[in-house]
Structures are given as C-alpha cells and as structure tokens.
Design a protein around this ligand. Structure first.
Ligand code: ISL
Ligand code: CA
Length: 539
C-alpha cells in the first residue's frame, strides 16, 4: 500500500455560512445552524468543511473583509460556538478548515484605523501607501471590483492600495512585523484545533504595485515558506492556496510534498473557458469543450506525483455548474450527476460547494434582489458604459456570484427550511422541487449519487494514485479518460451534451469489466451513449 496523507483521501465540503442554516430567525446562517446540520454532512460522507470567513467583519464582501481575525462575528455566533463546532465536527471525523484572508484586511481593522492616524504610526506600514503624482494616483491600476486600486486619504495626503473594494486595503507583506502578527494569529487558530486553512488569494501577497505586479510577485514563495515554517509546517493540517494565476509549473511549486508550502492548490484555469479571449468573466462565450479536456488533462499529468490539485466545479464565486455547463431544465439531475462523475475519477481532492450535491441551480433574479458588491458594481459600470439592461442581466445570470449564494434548500417548507425569519437574500423559488429532504431518501437522487461517488473514491487506490490518460481529445461531446495503477484501470466515459452519440463500449471494456456507477436509469446500450450519460468502470 502506498502511503498517503489524510487529505489525499478526503472530500471537502464548502459552507458559505451566511446561506447555510439560520438558527435564531434573523435570516442569516450561523454556527449553531451548521452544528445542527453536521449529521447531514456526515451522511454525505465528507471529511472536512471549508468554512468561508466567520471572523468579525463589517461584511462589505461577506466576511472577506476581516476586522478582527481572532473573534467570531456576532452575526455568526460566539467563540464558544466555534469551539463547539470544532469539537462536534471532530466527533464525526470532520475537520474544520478555516478560511483566512491574508492579502487584505477590512478598513475597520484596528491596524488600518491606526495606520490612518499618521505616517509615523507603527501600523502605518502594515498597508501600502503612496503619495501620488501631482494629485493623481501613482499609476492606473484597477481594482477587481471596479474603479481604481488606489484610494485617497485626505488626512494623510496619501493613497492606499486595494486590489478589491476600497473597504479591503491590501496588507504590506514586506513588513516583517505584519508577517509576524499574522503568524501569531494562525498559531492561535491552530491551538484552537482547526484542521487546516484555505488561504484566500494567496498568490497576491507578494505584490509590487510600483511595478504593477499583483500575482506571483518576486518574494511570494519566500513569504509562503516563511509562513509554513512559523505556523502549520510539520503538522497534519491541510492547507489550500487559492491561486488564480497558477500555471502547472507554479502549482507544483505550491504543492510539492518537499516544497514546504501548501498541501494543494486551488486553481481556476478550467473554469475560465467560457469567456471571450482577453475579456472579463462577464464577456460571455460558449464553453470551449475541447480546451476544457485539454486543460484538465494537462493539470492531471503535470501534477501527478509532484503536486496535488483541488477538484471542483463550484465555489462561492462561481455560478452553479448544472446551470453553467449542464442542463438545468429537462436533464438537471442527469447532467448534475454526469458533471460529478467527470470530476470524481480524477486525481486530487474534491470539493463540494453547498447545494451542489442537490443539483441546485443559478438564482436568476432581478437586480434589486441581488446583494454582492462585485455584481452590483458591475451592473452600474456596464449600464453607464452603454450596455443594455438585457445584456448586463444576461452576464449576471450566467456568472454573478450571487447566483450560487442563495440559501441552502433543506426542505419544501417556507424559505426552504433555511430560516424562520426573512432571509438576507431570497431563496431560489425552485426549492419546492429541489431540496435535501426529498433527496436523502431517494436512491436515484443527485445527493445519493454524490454519496456513492465519495464512497467509491475512498476505497479505490486507482482513483487516488493512478496515472491519467485522455481518450478522444478531439471529440466535441464526449469526455473519456482512464486512470491506471499497478496494472489495473478505471475507465470513465461521459457525454457532455444532449445528443445521443454512437460509442462502441467494447472498444474499451473487457469481458470482466465491472460497472462501478452510472447515471443511466434505463438499459445501458452497447453501441451508444445517451444525452448526459456517464459511466465509470473497473476494467
Ligand atoms: O470571482 C472572481 C473573479 O472575477 C473574483 O470576484 C474573486 O474576487 C476572486 O476570485 C478572488 O476571490 C477571493 O477573494 C475575494 C473575495 O471576494 C472572494 O469571495 C474570495 O473567494 C476578496 O477577498
Ligand atoms: Ca442567524
């Protein structure tokens, strides 16, 4: 038996706390609500929870703007609730992975309030300040959420740098005191018994705004190694670096077992293939399916034995996959299962974003019903720039972050069982049809299919370690691949589209091949693959 780390055999579930389960009727999900749902997660079979930020925050960006790293936001509960969550999860063999935002803080963080007091304040250089040139910002860098990346502070006569909202000033990692303060805070959470960290936009911490460098700055890997050495290095914590700018080569650097950086990367190359070349995510284009296969194959091959990848279609920044690349109408369940099958045969650690296991769909609301800062800024910017309302809403319904941030659909009672009060964002009206209660007891449900896939992965060394091989790379509809390990093979064939295709299964299978899982409820054809059909075999 080859040795492996616990997280190489794990499935991680992402909770977006605001929308998971409300316990006190204020319409906002909270920690006691999560504790109440741990048995559901255990039933699904997951090993870890990536908990989106619950630290104290003014919530301009739903917690990705932290004003106190060592306290829980009262909206989510107390430190006592957090300790109870960690220990209740532990009883069920589930680890809590804490989401830390180290690239920036909130502008309400005491460090920033101090920093604004004067150029000689000890906290001033925890942030990045420039004087500007003749009353203008130092350069034309733009923020990810729209507008310039520089904000003027009249009291100081200086600009500060922010890659996201002005309420999220970037931290200055060049300052060793800042780094040490952050490491102390990480060690505080390690002592509290958390199971790991997800590190928000970590590839931005080595920025150099004077050179207009944001991701992959010159000192990035030095900082990461230093953090590793001073905090989680040598423990069995899982660490996941969110890295938008990673190539497979960089991915290997971040996640090489001998590299003293992270356990794995969370990279996005595969989810950027439906936008216009050179455009933003809002500039929609049909998915380049062959490119998708090529990109997945590349990461599978290039990280094999030398790094470790996350496997995901969804998170709180991405639209729902069944609405995006599946079919959320007549083939909702079938395509949701197909998309899961494609992912669950790959090497890496799978992530489920809350509701994905139910095949939840994009919330297509009118603009008044959305809340996300990025989405609302985009709307204003594009309307001002002369796009039509219809064009802008089409982009938002396809890619807006709130499409996937609506409350978890637990049952068909009022507000889907999420809250007894008024939810902070509207519940998707399809909850009467799509909800956990109806799926847990239905063996054909998307939920039960995910549970079976998780079990399959756990007991299968081939899926954990096997070498990857892509078949039919040029095919426009079919995603077909094998995994090979010690003379054995797992074979996966999936139809990504709604047309039936000829497919001679015998070309790939042998007499003794065993069908491990399929989403096809009727007879399995020997010479074709039906719309959105997926099968996984042990050859
Ligand atoms: O989804 C995105 C790509 O357009 C960005 O909105 C997103 O900000 C980027 O993926 C980085 O994400 C992370 O950091 C942000 C936070 O808003 C996201 O929720 C978080 O996942 C700033 O902390
Ligand atoms: Ca609440």
């Amino acid at each position: 038996m080859k040795e492996y780390k616990w997280w190489q055999n794990a499935v991680i579930y992402q909770i977006y706390p605001k929308s998971f389960q409300d316990s006190n009727g204020d319409g906002i999900g909270d920690l006691p609500g999560i504790i109440d749902r741990l048995d559901y997660l255990k039933e699904l079979g997951i090993d870890g929870i990536w908990l989106s930020p619950v630290c104290q925050s003014p919530q301009f960006d739903n917690g990705y703007d932290i004003s106190d790293y060592q306290n829980i936001d009262p909206m989510f509960g107390t430190m006592e609730d957090m300790r109870r969550l960690i220990s209740e999860a532990k009883k069920r063999d589930i680890r809590i992975i804490f989401d830390l935002v180290l690239n920036h803080s909130s502008d309400q963080h005491p460090w920033f309030l101090e920093a604004k007091k004067g150029r000689d304040n000890p906290c001033h250089s925890f942030y990045i300040w420039r004087d500007g040139v003749e009353g203008q910002p130092p350069n034309d860098m733009a923020s990810t959420f729209g507008g310039p990346a520089w904000e003027w502070v009249p009291e100081l006569g200086q600009y500060y740098f922010h890659q996201f909202a002005p309420q999220q000033p970037d931290l200055n990692w060049e300052n060793p005191d800042l780094r040490e303060a952050l490491y102390r805070m990480l060690n505080f959470w390690i002592a509290e018994g958390i199971g790991g960290f997800r590190l928000d936009v970590i590839d931005l911490i080595g920025k150099d705004p004077d050179q207009k460098v944001t991701s992959n700055g010159p000192k990035l890997h030095d900082y990461i190694k230093e953090m590793n050495l001073n905090t989680f290095g040598g423990t069995d914590l899982v660490t996941v670096g969110e890295t938008w700018g990673a190539t497979p080569e960089l991915g290997r650097r971040y996640s090489n077992p001998a590299g003293n950086e992270f356990s794995m990367v969370f990279q996005f190359e595969h989810v950027r293939l439906d936008q216009q070349p050179g455009g933003k995510k809002w500039d929609l284009a049909p998915l380049d399916f062959r490119k998708l296969k090529q990109v997945i194959a590349k990461w599978q091959t290039e990280l094999h034995d030398t790094g470790w990848n996350s496997l995901f279609w969804n998170n709180h920044d991405l639209p729902r996959i069944v609405s995006r690349w599946g079919n959320d109408r007549e083939y909702r369940e079938k395509s949701a299962k197909m998309l899961a099958t494609v992912l669950y045969g790959l090497e890496g650690t799978p992530y489920i974003y809350q509701g994905e296991e139910l095949g939840m769909t994009n919330a297509r609301y009118s603009i008044e019903d959305y809340r996300d800062i990025e989405l609302l800024n985009l709307y204003k910017e594009r309307i001002q720039a002369g796009y039509t309302e219809q064009e802008v809403m089409r982009s938002i319904h396809a890619k807006g972050r709130d499409t996937a941030r609506t409350p978890m659909q637990w049952d068909n009672s009022r507000n889907a069982g999420f809250t007894r009060g008024e939810p902070w964002i509207k519940v998707n009206p399809d909850y009467t049809e799509i909800n956990a209660a109806s799926q847990i007891t239905d063996p054909q449900s998307v939920f039960c299919y995910y549970r079976r896939l998780i079990q399959l992965r756990k007991k299968n060394e081939i899926i954990r370690f096997g070498a990857f091989r892509l078949h039919l790379p040029e095919d426009e509809d079919l995603f077909v691949y094998s995994r090979m390990w010690q003379g054995r093979e797992i074979f996966i064939a999936c139809n990504f589209h709604d047309k039936e295709r000829e497919f001679i299964w015998a070309d790939y299978l042998s007499e003794s091949s065993e069908l491990l899982i399929t989403n096809e409820l009727e007879n399995l054809e020997a010479r074709s693959i039906k719309p959105y059909e997926a099968r996984m075999y042990l050859i």
